[in-house]
Structure formats: C-alpha cells, structure tokens
Design a protein around this ligand. Structure first.
Ligand code: NAG
Ligand code: NAG
Ligand code: NAG
Ligand code: NAG
Ligand code: NAG
Ligand code: NAG
Ligand code: NAG
Ligand code: FE2
Length: 466
C-alpha cells in the first residue's frame, strides 16, 4: 500500500476503536479520485469500428473455449452482404497440413434491425499448448488470425487470465482494452464478467451498436478466448417494441460450450482451463431452489476435483459483496441461495461486474442467519472466497463513485476508477492477482494480492494483501 493508504488505515483504525462492537472498521478506500466525467461512446466512424476492407469480408471475429477441457475453440464471425462460407480453415504453427471445420450460420431481427449472417464454427481435437492459425472467408476476402491452446488440464499448469467487465464502447473502454493489451503480464484468455456492448442504451436498443462493439474488441478476442458471462445489458427485453425474448442478440452472437458441462442453457456453464475450474453463473436467470440453474450448480460443485484443477473460480455479473450505493444489494438473493455452497466447496475467488468501480473483499461469509437467530453480519471465514468486483471497463454510464460509509469491515480495498485485472496462476498453491487502474493515459497496478490455494495451501492469505 502507498503512503496515502497508510493514512487511510490510521483513520480507519481510529474509527475501529470507536466502533469496535459493530462491523464498520473497513479496509482501504483509495485516496485516488478520478474525475467522474463520463466519456461518450466512440462515434460510428471511429477507427476501432472500421469494417474490414473487401467485399463481404468476415468481421466481428471472436473466439471462446469450445469444450470442457480446452481442446476445442468456437470461432464466430459476421458477414454483411451475403452468407458466405461457414468453414474455418486452420493449421498448427509449422505444420503444412490444413484442416477444415464446418460451422453453421444464423440471423435475427430486432424491431427494425436485421443482423448480418452470424457464423459459429467449433474446431475440435486441437493439441494442447499449441499455436494455431485460422482463416475465415466471405467470398473473395479471407482473413487470418491465430490463437494458442491452453496447457493440458492439470494441477500445476500455470496460466494467466485477464479480467474485464462492463466494457461498453467509449473512449474509456478503448483505454481499458489498450491497457490490457499493453500489460506485460497480459492474460492468455479473458474472463469477461458481463455487460458487453451497451447497445440497449440506444433508442430501440439499436443493434448496430452490437456490431460496432464486436468490431472494436476483435483485436483481442480474435486472438485469445474470452469466456462470456451474461449481464443485465444482455437481456434486451423490450415488450414495447415486441421484443420479449430475453438475451436474443447476445445468444445469437455469443455461443458458449454449455452442453459440455451438462448445462441446459448458455447462461450458466463451466469449463476447465489449465489448472482452473471456472463456473459461470447467470444473475438474470432463475436461480431459486428447483430451477435448472440451481439443480445444475448443485450437481456441478461436487464434480470439481481439486487434485486436477486446484483453482476454483466463479464468474457472475451482479456482485454479492458490494459497498457501493450503485446496485447495492442487488446480488443479495443469489448470495442467500448459493453462498453456503461456495464456503463448503472452498471457492478461491468470485469475480463479478455490474458496479462501475473496483472492490476487493476479505475472505468473509454470511451464512449463519436463519431468520430467527439474528446472526446476519459477515464474519471472517478462511473457507470463503475473495469477492472481486471488476465492472470498471469504462462504459457510457460512467463511474459509480458513491461509496457507502463507513466502509464495511469485509471490504479490503475499493476505488471508483476504470481498469482491468489479471489473475496469474503460478502453480497449485500460488496465484498472483493485480488490478490496474486506468490513470491518465497509462495503467497503474493499484491493488494486488497473493492467493494461496484453498485446497492445497489452507493458510490465511488475508494478511498478505499488498
Ligand atoms: C515453430 O517455428 C518457430 C519459428 O520457426 C519456433 O520458434 C517454434 O518453436 C516452432 N514450434 C514448434 C511447435 O515446432
Ligand atoms: C428504426 O426505427 C427508428 C424509429 O422509427 C428509426 O429512427 C430508425 O432509423 C429505424 N432503423 C432502421 C434500420 O430502419
Ligand atoms: C483506440 O485505441 C487504439 C489503441 O490505443 C488507438 O489506436 C485508436 O486510435 C483508439 N481509437 C479511438 C477512437 O480512441
Ligand atoms: C454429463 O452427463 C452424462 C450423462 O449423465 C455423463 O456421462 C457425463 O459425464 C456428464 N458430463 C459432465 C461434464 O459432467
Ligand atoms: C482427481 O484428479 C486426480 C488427478 O488428475 C486423479 O488422479 C483422481 O483420480 C481424480 N479423482 C477423481 C475422484 O476423479
Ligand atoms: C449516495 O448513496 C446514498 C445511499 O447510500 C444515497 O442516500 C445518496 O442519495 C447517494 N448520493 C448521490 C449523490 O447519489
Ligand atoms: C509456487 O509458486 C510460488 C510463487 O511463484 C513459489 O514461491 C513456490 O515455490 C512454487 N511452488 C512450487 C512447489 O513450485
Ligand atoms: Fe450490469
């Protein structure tokens, strides 16, 4: 922590003495104050939204993991003028043997918007830890990209994930993505915690902004998989104009390998990648008892084998622990349903978005309450996950800078700034996490923490936060 952090801690300690009995001697509220000025969406003629040259050129290319273990990739792209080919041609680096995989295409209408031809193709049986080139074409125009598959699933496979949420398409969004790309410890895949394009902020949810967003992020997501989580800006529920099917644009455009984890809907699913087991949940699908998501998660958690994947990471959009007045307590109902499981199965970390600020919790749980016993405060709990809110991608809605006071004790660090984070797994016992604030044109590591694995290294890591 910096010198200003120490001052804050002293102030907080003083407060702790006064309020020793109640839970309000919190952690650090960063003294860095960002101008709350919103930056607008980048205009339609911005460089980042350019349609690639050539008739019917494939655009909006993006990839995500295509199976349970990382040996398949879903390649998606859009052609605007005519359907074009559904085929992806791919080959391993240094190999002259080219393979072909055939996908399918879809299209949708949203009020008076008609999408281009949206292609999805799963390429399978890839080798681990190998660089592949792939090519998509739309008639005469071919485009070539590449990605590297993860190492084989196993306890000591090091792997670095990037973390981005609530990105949108403003100048701030562009700064966040640029900082992520320039981070020397940049991830090999992105865990994306929901709210993608913010097209729904436009009249009639102008879906042209779904297209521009996908062109904007192509420079990253065509080369490394982004693991998708659905947020509220993906719902696109507008009965006034006859659009009543939730997630219509999102689910046409972003496919995920949900069937591989026996999920029955693309909004909750899991994957293994290197030494991590990643569970994606949907804050906007039913999660109460007896619902499909509840039944799925109930069966899923016992399957996690920490000898194989020591790191258990959960992604969701709406945070459970959030000391910001913005979206305050929106995650509460899901917390009540699932938090006992997260403690029982010793989830290492939960990443959420939604709140346009940054916050990291201590390891706490709040599962003792049973309506009549009055035990309703978070308590320190070394079996509990760390909760991190990383909804600070920089979208058009601006920063959420009205923090609740006093800072609750469970809140270790919070700051209303835009940025991104990385979670860098070193081996089965250690992972290094860091958050990078967007500061005046460059990125600064503003918060960090060593994670000790819940299963292999059951030692209190809460005292080691930097
Ligand atoms: C492929 O070639 C590059 C450069 O020629 C080399 O650095 C790399 O190790 C090779 N990869 C494999 C898998 O042979
Ligand atoms: C859709 O309808 C709105 C409102 O009438 C109009 O402003 C917009 O230009 C229309 N868009 C298309 C693609 O027709
Ligand atoms: C977005 O960022 C990229 C990379 O830094 C830069 O080349 C581009 O000009 C930026 N575009 C806008 C509209 O700010
Ligand atoms: C999915 O269910 C099938 C049938 O019950 C089972 O064989 C398979 O192992 C399950 N897959 C996963 C990843 O749990
Ligand atoms: C868990 O994973 C380890 C290491 O891959 C393996 O040896 C063991 O059989 C697995 N346990 C179960 C119950 O599948
Ligand atoms: C800040 O949040 C508090 C609730 O925690 C609310 O009463 C207040 O109106 C908010 N202030 C602003 C400026 O939004
Ligand atoms: C795991 O990684 C940490 C951090 O890099 C290192 O200190 C430790 O020695 C490693 N453990 C093993 C068994 O390699
Ligand atoms: Fe959100």
């Amino acid at each position: 922590m910096g010198p200003s952090g120490k001052t804050v801690v002293l102030a907080v300690l003083a407060a702790a003495v006064l309020h020793a009995a109640v839970l309000c001697n919190g952690g650090i509220t960063s003294s860095f104050v960002r101008s709350p000025e919103k930056s607008g969406d980048m205009p339609l003629d911005s460089d980042v939204f350019k349609v690639p040259p050539g008739y019917n050129a494939p655009q909006q290319v993006h990839i995500t993991q295509g199976d349970l273990v990382g040996k398949a990739v879903i390649v998606s792209w859009v052609t605007a003028d005519e359907p074009g080919s559904n085929t992806v041609v791919y080959w391993a680096e240094n190999s002259s043997h080219k393979y072909k995989a055939k996908g399918s295409k879809t299209k949708y209408k949203f009020y008076n918007y008609t999408s281009g031809y949206i292609h999805h193709c799963t390429i399978k049986k890839l080798e681990y830890d190998t660089k592949y080139y792939y090519e998509v074409e739309g008639g005469n125009t071919r485009r070539t990209f590449w990605f590297t598959t993860p190492p084989e699933v196993g306890p000591d496979a090091p792997y670095t994930f990037g973390l981005i949420g609530d990105l949108g398409q403003t100048y701030d969004s562009n700064a966040t993505l640029t900082h992520y790309e320039q981070n020397p410890n940049k991830g090999q895949a992105v865990l994306y915690v929901g709210d993608l394009s913010y097209a729904d902020n436009y009249p009639f949810h102008d879906n042209v902004r779904w297209d521009t967003w996908a062109r904007f992020v192509e420079r990253s997501v065509a080369y490394q998989p982004w693991i998708w989580t659905a947020g509220n800006h993906e719902i696109d529920f507008v009965p006034e104009i006859g659009e009543t099917k939730p997630f219509k644009p999102y689910s046409h455009r972003y496919h995920v390998p949900y069937k591989a984890s026996n999920s029955t809907a693309p909004f909750w699913y899991s994957i293994k990648r290197a030494s991590a087991y990643i569970i994606v949940l949907s804050s906007y699908s039913a999660y109460g008892k007896y619902t499909p998501q509840y039944e799925w998660l109930n069966n899923e958690l016992p399957k996690v084998n920490r000898s194989e994947t020591p790191w258990l990471i959960v992604l969701m959009h709406s945070p459970w622990y959030n000391s910001n007045s913005y979206h305050y307590m929106e995650g509460e109902t899901m917390r009540v349903m699932y938090e006992p499981w997260f403690v029982k199965y010793k989830v290492d970390v939960v990443f959420a978005g939604h709140v346009h600020a940054y916050e990291r919790s201590e390891r706490v749980s709040n599962i003792a309450y049973n309506i009549i016993n009055g035990l309703c405060s978070p308590v320190s709990d070394q079996s509990a996950p760390v909760y991190i809110t990383i909804g600070d991608g920089g979208n058009i809605e601006g920063l959420a800078n009205n923090l609740t006071e006093p800072q609750p004790k469970y809140s270790a660090f919070r700051e209303a700034s835009f940025g991104h984070a990385t979670f860098s797994i070193k081996n089965r016992t250690h992972a290094y996490y860091s958050w990078h604030r967007n500061q005046d044109g460059y990125a600064v590591e503003a918060d960090s923490m060593w994670f000790f694995n819940r299963f292999w290294h059951p030692i209190d890591d809460s005292t080691t936060a930097a």
